[in-house]
Design a protein around this ligand. Structure first.
Ligand code: FAD
Ligand code: SF4
Length: 469
């Protein structure tokens, strides 16, 4: 690039990247964040000071070599920059899009308070996309076959991380997935307008090219038990996620038009109901959609609903915007797209018509009281503040827990009171010999990067258990 700014020039304005226009994007499922072009990327890379003590890198759960990859990118060697990221992070095109950088690396960037942090996530995404689109990513070399066999249950980010690491070390890996597509939440939960499906497919294909076997429509615990798998495999890794939706336990939750976020997002994203009748999965949302919750799942549900063309989408959250667990950027995107936020509000009853269809939601206003066990201020119902919102459909997105099928059919596998498998944090070792676990089935709902981190840690421990190395 001609006239590239000198590195470092931290005072350049932080570039948040271009976005599809809100009025347009609320009608389509195409990617919202358009990403950097080369010039934007080099200019943003020029802002980085290359701090010797690497606060950004230390704040990253998998310690991506941030100053080094940014420097290589600045030197216009995107291939080397991508290789540098791959040293510690397996799927940067995914993490660059969905990782909450604002709470990890970008929160630690020394430029944050004075000029705004370096847009590390966007640079990561650019590097990975550029390297992929220009054929600069080759599947890593795999060590000669060791003869050991590992089964991964589930094909979400934690199992993909285990599969990648162990395959590189020469072990034979088979991934068993209950659904008909691979990727876990990356395929069935996070909508394509945040994470295009070709990005996930590329990562799965790369693993396939490395020799990982993928089997779909296999529900471990039902189609085949862990004990049966143990007869054929030396090690089992359970990465079955937390896909069981939590109900609100509110009267009327069984009315027609009331969905769990899981059902709703699977229908829309995995089964592509938004393309109906081109696809054969229909949907019903009516004119007035209500979504309950304040996390990423609630935000994705509300934004998917908006793209299906109702008159309004209203989100109910019982605390304030400051306490929302969803990524700040996605809350902002949702607001721009016209979703109405009712903070300090909770549903107390769902009312239906004579045909059993949802008609309106009785709500109550809340106030924030003392902090609860989670450290967040507890929402307290305000007596006499009840009011109604008309609703043709409602999506419950208030949390998820692990599906209990494997836990119930695997004798001796220890679980905690929330149904999460108990596993050693550093190694993923469970109470059963040769059985490891990680990601959401252990953490009960966390992030993509933490799921990958668990997978990498477990792979290291599994390799040691198999080979002593
Ligand atoms: P999952 O991704 O849940 O994958 C588990 C897989 O196991 C699934 O494919 C499931 O079908 C399969 N499975 C389950 N049971 C069985 C069985 N018995 N046999 C075979 N297969 C089985 N995190 C972020 O970092 N950023 C975000 O922006 C973000 N947004 C999110 C949005 C939504 C809607 C949701 C639901 C989560 C989001 N998260 C986000 C959280 C993140 O996606 C998860 O923490 C992460 O995917 C967990 O990875 P995992 O591999 O443990 O499980
Ligand atoms: Fe660059 Fe910010 Fe990291 Fe310093 S803290 S190396 S400026 S990204």
């Amino acid at each position: 690039m001609q006239n590239k700014p000198k590195k470092p020039t931290p005072s350049l304005k932080q570039n948040h990247g271009a976005h599809q226009d809100p009025a347009e994007r609320r009608k389509n499922f195409k990617e919202v964040a358009l990403g950097f072009g080369m010039e934007d990327a080099l200019t943003e890379a020029a802002r980085c000071l290359g701090c010797k003590n690497k606060p950004c890198e230390l704040a990253c759960p998998v310690n991506v070599k941030i100053p080094e990859f940014i420097d290589l990118l600045y030197k216009e060697d995107a291939g080397a920059a991508a290789t540098k990221i791959f040293e510690t992070s397996l799927f940067p095109a995914i993490c660059g899009r969905v990782c909450p950088q604002e709470t990890y690396c970008e929160a630690a960037c020394v430029l944050k308070d004075k000029f705004g942090p370096v847009s590390i996530g966007r640079l990561e995404r650019f590097t990975a996309d550029y390297a992929r689109d220009n054929g600069l990513i080759k599947p890593p070399d795999c060590a000669p076959d060791t003869g050991y066999k590992v089964a991964c249950i589930g094909s979400g980010p934690t199992s993909l991380a285990v599969a990648a690491e162990l395959r590189k070390l020469g072990h034979a890996v088979t991934v068993f997935e209950a659904l008909h597509q691979f990727g876990g939440v990356l395929s069935y939960g996070i909508p394509p307008f945040r994470l295009p499906r070709e990005v996930v497919r590329f990562e799965v294909e790369t693993l396939r090219r490395m020799g990982v076997r993928f089997l779909k429509n296999v529900m471990a615990g039902k189609s085949i038990t862990v004990q049966e798998l143990k007869k054929d495999f030396d090690i089992i890794y359970i990465g079955s996620g937390a896909g069981l939706p939590s109900p609100m336990n509110t009267p009327g939750e069984d009315l027609v038009g009331v969905y769990s976020s899981n059902e709703f997002l699977t229908r829309v994203n995995l089964m592509e109901a938004f393309k109906f009748p081109v696809t054969d999965t229909p949907y019903y949302i009516g004119g007035k959609v209500v979504v309950v919750g304040g996390g990423n799942t609630a935000m994705d549900s509300a934004r998917c609903a908006m793209r299906l063309g109702p008159d309004s989408v209203t989100l109910l959250y019982r605390r304030t915007r400051a306490e929302m667990p969803a990524r700040a950027e996605e809350v902002e995107n949702a607001m721009e797209e016209g979703i109405k936020f009712e903070f300090l509000t909770a549903p107390v009853e769902l009312e239906g018509d004579e045909k059993g269809r949802l008609k309106r939601v009785k709500c109550i206003r809340m106030a924030l009281g003392e902090p609860d066990a989670s450290g967040r201020r507890k929402p307290v119902p305000q007596e006499g503040s009840e009011f109604y919102i008309e609703a043709s459909s409602l999506v419950v997105a208030i949390g998820q827990s692990p599906n209990p099928v494997i836990q119930q059919t695997t004798a001796g596998l220890s679980v905690n009171k929330w149904g999460c498998i108990i596993a050693d944090e550093a190694t993923g070792k469970t109470s059963l010999d040769g059985v490891y676990a990680g990601g959401d089935v252990v953490r009960g709902g966390a992030t993509v990067l933490l799921a990958m981190k668990d997978g990498k840690n477990a792979a290291r421990a599994i390799h040691k258990a198999l080979t002593g190395k």
